[in-house]
Design a binder for this molecule. Structure first.
Ligand SMILES: C[S@@+](CC[C@H](N)C(=O)[O-])C[C@H]1O[C@@H](n2cnc3c(N)ncnc32)[C@H](O)[C@@H]1O
Length: 409
């Protein structure tokens, strides 16, 4: 056996016995296009004895096997170099990478530890929480957790939004559990808080094979996201620099958007409808497009109330999101609209969930269309942006290509 491999596997076993082991990831499969491309090794205690759990990541599913430490070391020595060429050991003392060069010569690289807490060995511990804060590379890089894996107080509101959003996605598990792979698009992904957390949860806790894309116009955020996805070894996650309008989406199963500015939420919903997504979940941002058209005539009974700016603002939100839900119904989606976090977390706390169902009958369609027209007439609204997208997607003349946020968190 190669001395470098022996040195590396000695470090693995000593980290387990010294309780500094966090996790081990075997990547860069020797033969490409293999069904199984990665192995993630975790520490588990079984009958009070230390074991290593190998999670073999296949394209369509994962296979889990538990080994005693000695068996695990034998396994590793058999596959390192012959099957995998980039192996990362994370311990609380240091991170060690064993990497093979083009000539297949292995070399060890030691780096500062990414994690400060060792794995506690509780079997299936991760299933207790949706988003594991302790050993997360991405939460730390996003500034949500500190070196100890504790939540950074100023980021706790964002964490809560993301955690709740993921919980809501999970509540629809039955509707997408058979999608292999599961294709998800996060529109207006920004820095990727929701994108990373959703991918992490569905891949590592639900153990699904996920192909996820974050769509974002800002180049720096896209670069940041792709670097972090690589660092986190999230091979099915990528960020694409594109306007939602221009993005060609194929086989979308789930479409999500968290606070995509103004009509970008409509672009996101439309992408979901157009690609027949099983699930569309959006938490809208600002509501300028409808607000700018709303007129309150003197004979409108609501005039004495809507003369106050804040009331008109809230009414614009209600109408914008209410019509979005009706348009989703019109296109065969069952909708729910509710507050997903408290108002003091964010004022943008409304979420719309839409699950693909039966197409409405002609009679039901006529009824919904009539309801939308009546609401628009009441407030002098010429058109709802989503309505235009659905009716006339080819026409670019009225498109808002770069919607801006008018409300800050
Ligand atoms: C308020 S941020 C929200 C980011 C992220 N979803 C989150 O919750 O942290 C909105 C993001 O949407 C992006 N965006 C706005 N309009 C867009 C469009 N038409 N296409 C793609 N991205 C867009 C912005 O650049 C920005 O990063």
């Amino acid at each position: 056996m190669d001395n470098v491999v022996k040195e590396f596997t000695d470090k693995v076993s000593s980290s387990v016995y010294k309780k500094t082991f966090v996790k081990l990831i075997l990547a860069k499969r020797v033969l490409e296009n293999q069904e199984m491309n990665k192995i993630v090794v975790r520490y588990v205690e079984l009958d009070g004895q230390p074991h290593l759990q190998f999670v073999y990541k296949y394209n369509r599913n994962d296979v889990t096997k538990n080994f005693s430490v000695e068996e695990a070391i034998t396994q590793l020595q058999a596959i390192i170099g012959s099957n995998f060429l980039d192996i990362n050991l994370f311990t609380t003392k240091e991170d060690i990478e064993l990497k093979y060069n083009n000539k297949r010569v292995p070399k060890l690289y030691a780096k500062k530890p990414t994690f400060t807490e060792a794995a506690d060995g509780e079997h299936d511990n991760t299933k207790q929480r949706r988003i594991d804060t302790k050993n997360s590379v991405y939460l730390k890089s996003l500034g949500i957790t500190d070196n100890k894996g504790e939540l950074v107080p100023s980021m706790s509101a964002k964490y809560k939004q993301v955690e709740k959003f993921v919980e809501i996605i999970d509540s629809f598990y039955d509707c997408y559990k058979d999608c292999k792979p599961l294709n998800i698009i996060d529109n207006g992904s920004g820095k990727g808080y929701l994108t990373f957390a959703t991918y992490d949860y569905l891949t590592n806790v639900r153990e699904m094979n996920v192909m996820m894309q974050g769509v974002e116009t800002q180049e720096n955020l896209v670069k940041f996201g792709n670097n972090l996805a690589q660092k986190s070894q999230f091979s099915g996650l990528k960020f694409v620099q594109s306007n939602i309008n221009d993005f060609k989406a194929d086989n979308v199963d789930i479409l999500i958007a968290l606070h995509a500015c103004d009509t970008a939420t409509d672009d996101a919903i439309y992408m979901g409808i157009k690609s027949d997504a099983k699930l569309i979940i959006v938490s809208p941002c600002c509501h300028k497009q409808i607000r700018s058209q709303m007129k309150i005539t003197e004979n409108n009974v609501l005039e004495p109330i809507l003369k106050y700016g804040i009331m008109l603002e809230r009414e614009a939100e209600i109408i914008t999101d209410g019509i979005r839900a009706l348009l989703l119904n019109l296109n065969g989606y069952k909708t729910k609209v509710f507050e997903f976090v408290q108002y003091d977390n964010t004022s943008k706390n409304v979420i719309i969930t839409a699950e693909k169902g039966e197409k409405p009958s002609d009679e039901e369609r006529a009824k919904i269309l009539n309801q939308i027209t009546t609401i628009k007439n009441k407030f002098g609204i010429k058109y709802h942006y989503l309505e235009k997208l659905i009716e006339n997607p080819e026409d670019q003349s009225w498109r808002i290509l770069n919607p801006q946020c008018v409300r800050e968190e």
